[in-house]
Unconditional design. Structure first.
Lengths: 225, 530
């Protein structure tokens, strides 16, 4: 039995459906997209502000390993991918955290990201078979590399200067440019303000700038205080 | 300087299209230095951009050229193709969906030159229905039975027993409670003990912007019950995922949150059915649902029964919002036509000074100096899947009606809606023969569909017809079908075609519905002869 029935209508207007005619996204900023959105892996090397040429000299004679060590968001993967531009046929393997680990191919030059996710046993086998191995890791594998008898170089990734941050931001904005003409720029002290807030966590800075670029409504200099 | 420059010009500088219309333009290649091109391709695709990882789909690629280019040459490749219907262009906060034409030249030992132009797909104007009568399978209805009393007492005895065991028992009891409440939804089950059997219904659960949905909730409390309120919330959210592994982050942006109050503070008498109903009109600006890996636009209706000093009873119902396609006259572009490509023979500009601005229309030049040499068509256009990109979940006509015979010149599409049929089958009870009846009524109908391929495996079913034995089965999911899995069987003589299909690719098929697999909860189709 029904004892309480309540019916209400919140409007029955017969209006034709209207669509906001899409406009080119970020056209008002002379950009194609938000420059601080997620960048696919294959586009990252073109945006990297890292000089990896001196590292090329370290890769001979083999066997040799280079490990980039650092916290999340500091640029380990960017370094790896920037170096890989010089070895376009070398496999790049990213080891996922919560999925089965993929098979690591045998190749003369190998790029492996997040090697701390390999078991020590698998790492030992990898190091013994390696010829030229470039790794991104949160943990230092120096002791294991020494034990495997392989020559190695460690680079701590991190630390971000105001100038480098400004260059990264400029590069990201340029990569999203729509056409000739002015695009938004960050004012002189903005880099320092971002570093004071987020230190060298580039990913956090990108997230902040993403929200900022969603809000700004015209081309000009942006100052972050 | 790159070895060659690519430029795409869309005819008439037009950017906005409706599904089924033609988009045309010219790809111009200007060669700066002698080079070998391992492949010049033109691809039409949609791609997301924003905070989430990039997703893309509906790719259609055409190989234009392979060979050697000489410095100073310029080539023009006019193209034309039919604009797909879905997904529509969308620009939100975390999620943006745009369509692109992308040209890429594969130059060995060099960064591949690339050019891309965006275009937009908007829906045709249409009249939302004032009152939508839900078709079978287009309503969400679920009944929740009051949990038995024994569940509660088992839990109490279990905790008491562990507590008596000492500190270790206490630790196990606390962990057990956390698992019971988080994993087995005990919180809501406790709430339901107060309000009794509950039935919720959202009708229709697939609708279009500007239309009205009806939300109902009814329950029979076992004892006199005091309620704070009974409310519903209509929500639209962009949910995107960025990064992977330890860097994986889910971002959510709420586009809309509309509260609907079914009942305010009050008392409900024991053993009496309380039926509450509200109609909610969706905004005419409501964006359609979208689902792609790492990028989603989700609609839901969330019920909440707020009981004083007791856990709240909550349930969420997923909605599917889509914009119906306008019916188009036959032959006006329901076919997803391939790009008709023409190569303007070499030497179009040879010996002439190349215009500084490459926006100089190549076709204009081609029509003056070079019309004498017939353009060599790289490939004959072929008709491929029609009107297939994303069938809207809502259909006005009866999805189970057999296809009407096509009248010459009648100008009507008679394509049945596979989405509506499968939704109805999924909603039907898996007990009895309700599902088989629904499938039987639609069996033998053919559909155009775009499948995101999950895997290709050998057809092993014993009950399949002779000509399919030893063939291959392509299993994948179709956009806009709530992630519904489909299996398409290839006959033995076409198994090689199936083996070439790559996992993760979007492939268009015309296939006939042949059945429903209750074990794997998926529709079975058979590939139509080419």
């Amino acid at each position: 039995m029904t004892i309480g029935t309540e019916t209400a209508s919140s409007g029955r207007m017969r209006t034709p459906w209207k669509w906001n005619r899409p406009r080119p996204p970020f056209e008002h900023l002379n950009l194609r997209r938000n420059p601080f959105g997620e960048i696919p892996l294959d586009e990252r090397p073109a945006l990297a502000i890292v000089d990896v040429k001196p590292l090329l000299k370290l890769l001979w004679p083999s066997p040799v390993a280079i490990q980039f060590i650092g916290e999340a968001g500091r640029g380990k993967t960017t370094h790896l991918l920037a170096l890989r531009v010089h070895f376009p046929h070398a496999p790049y393997v990213h080891l996922p955290e919560d999925e089965p680990l993929p098979l690591i191919p045998r190749a003369p030059v190998l790029f492996i990201d997040e090697t701390q996710r390999l078991s020590p046993w698998r790492r030992r086998r990898l190091f013994r078979q390696a010829e030229i191995l470039v790794m991104g890791t949160h943990e230092d594998h120096s002791r294991e590399l020494r034990r495997a008898g392989i020559r190695y170089h460690c680079f701590r990734v991190g630390g971000l200067s105001s100038e480098r941050l400004s260059a990264i931001i400029r590069q990201r904005i340029e990569a999203a440019r729509r056409g000739p003409g002015p695009v938004p720029t960050l004012g002189g002290s903005s880099g320092q303000a971002l570093l004071a807030c987020y230190k060298d966590d580039l990913r956090a800075i990108e997230h902040d700038l993403y929200e900022l670029f969603q809000k700004i409504d015209g081309v000009g200099e942006i100052t972050i205080v | 300087m790159a070895k060659c420059d690519l430029r795409i010009d869309i005819d008439g500088d037009r950017r906005t299209y409706h599904g089924g219309e033609k988009i045309s333009g010219t790809l111009t290649v200007r060669v700066n230095a002698k080079c070998q091109c391992n492949g010049l391709t033109l691809t039409r695709l949609w791609r997301t951009h924003g905070r989430g990882n990039r997703s893309q789909g509906s790719e259609q690629t055409k190989d234009l050229f392979k060979g050697e280019w000489q410095a100073g040459q310029t080539f023009a490749y006019p193209f034309e193709f039919t604009v797909p219907h879905r997904p529509l262009t969308y620009h939100g906060h975390l999620l943006n969906i745009d369509w692109y034409i992308v040209a890429r030249a594969d130059i060995p030992w060099a960064i591949d030159p690339k050019a891309e132009e965006e275009f937009f797909i908007e829906p045709e104007e249409w009249e939302p229905k004032t009152k939508v009568e839900a078709l079978p399978g287009q309503s969400y209805r679920q009944e929740f039975k009051t949990p038995g009393r024994y569940e509660f007492w088992i839990l109490v005895f279990f905790i008491a027993f562990l507590a008596l065991m000492g500190p270790v028992g206490w630790v196990i009891a606390v962990i057990g409670l956390i698992i019971a409440f988080a994993g087995f939804n005990m919180w809501s089950r406790f709430a339901q003990r107060k309000i009794g059997n509950v039935i919720i219904e959202v009708s229709p659960s697939s609708l279009s912007p500007g239309e009205t949905l009806t939300a109902r909730i009814s329950f029979v409390p076992r004892k006199n019950l005091r309620l704070n309120k009974v409310v519903g919330v209509l929500t639209a959210k962009e949910v995107v995922v960025s990064g992977s592994g330890t860097h994986k982050t889910t971002h959510t942006h709420t586009l809309l949150e509309e509260d609907v109050r079914f009942l305010g503070k009050g008392n409900v008498a024991a053993n009496r059915t309380l039926l509450l109903e509200k109609e909610i009109r969706l905004s005419s600006e409501a964006p359609p649902s979208f689902s792609a890996p790492s990028n989603n636009l989700n609609w839901s209706f969330d019920y909440r029964v707020d009981i004083p000093r007791w856990p709240d009873w909550t349930r969420s119902v997923e909605l599917q919002v889509s914009i119906p396609r306008a019916e188009r006259p036959a032959g006006s572009g329901v076919e997803e036509a391939e790009m008709a490509l023409e190569e303007v023979p070499q030497g179009v500009y040879r010996g002439e000074s190349l215009p500084e601005e490459m926006s100089e229309r190549v076709e204009r030049v081609a029509s003056t100096s070079l019309q004498t040499s017939a353009p060599s068509r790289l490939e004959e256009p072929r008709a491929v899947a029609a009107a297939s990109v994303l069938p809207p979940p809502f259909v006005e006509k009866d999805p189970f009606a057999p296809p009407e015979p096509e009248q010459p010149g009648s100008g009507k599409e008679s394509e049945p809606d596979l989405g509506a049929i499968l939704q109805a089958v999924r909603d039907a009870s898996s007990f009895g023969d309700e599902r088989q009846k629904l499938i039987a009524s639609a069996m033998g109908q053919s559909f155009f569909l775009t499948l995101r391929v999950g895997r290709v495996e050998r057809t092993t079913s014993l009950d399949c017809p002779e000509h399919l034995r030893g063939g291959q089965t392509v299993i994948g999911r179709m956009e806009g079908l709530f992630g519904q899995e489909l299996a398409i069987r290839f006959p033995q003589e076409r198994k090689d075609e199936a083996r070439k299909i790559k996992r993760g690719s979007d492939v268009e098929f015309r296939a006939v519905l042949t059945g429903w697999d209750d074990l794997f909860e998926r529709a079975e189709l058979e590939l139509m002869p080419s």
